[in-house]
Design a protein. Structure first.
Length: 83
């Protein structure tokens, strides 16, 4: 049986957060909120959300970097003016 108020471990696994990162979130939240389990778990959920959003932004940047660098060099056909 799960003793948590919010199932943050399930959410973390669904969002592909590594176990080491979840453990670090738990440790930091437990130190910050030692007597309030609900607040600790909400803090962990917010950290998971921030982590996944940051990872998604990094993936998008990596995907767009070749397009941006080609656009800067003037190599994209969409920027060419037809004669």
């Amino acid at each position: 049986m799960n003793n948590s108020i919010f199932d943050y471990k399930f959410i973390g696994k669904n969002r592909n957060v590594p176990q080491a990162v979840l453990d670090r979130f738990e440790h930091e939240a437990a130190q910050e909120f030692p007597f309030d389990k609900m607040l600790m778990e909400i803090h962990i959920l917010r950290a998971i959300n921030h982590y996944t959003r940051t990872q998604n932004i990094k993936k998008m940047r990596r995907a767009w970097m070749p397009v941006i660098s080609e656009k800067r060099r003037g190599l994209l056909e969409s920027d060419w003016i037809p004669c």
